[in-house]
Design a protein around this ligand. Structure first.
Ligand code: CA
Length: 82
């Protein structure tokens, strides 16, 4: 993932986002959304993983990663399960 700025994409801002329990067949990152989910004024990231088979076959999941003033907190992963 790269962050944008008023002058375009900042290619020096690369951040890798991983789910701690994702497997190749989970399709982690196939769908993304962004917003300020916790209302702290920083952008957060929602990452879909529709192929996840935990806790049951075809269950799917989504993961949130919270933003900070300096980028994403990749340790803030929260798994959402229907
Ligand atoms: Ca936020």
């Amino acid at each position: 993932m790269y962050f944008g700025s008023s002058s375009g994409v900042d290619t020096s801002s690369e951040v890798e986002i991983h789910a701690s329990d994702a497997q190749k067949s989970d399709y982690f990152g196939y769908v993304l959304d962004a917003g300020d989910f916790d209302g702290d004024g920083t952008g957060d990231l929602l990452v879909g993983a529709h192929g996840t088979d935990k806790p049951a076959s075809g269950a799917g999941a989504a993961y949130t990663f919270l933003g900070t003033s300096t980028g994403f907190d990749t340790t803030s992963e929260e798994r959402l399960q229907a």
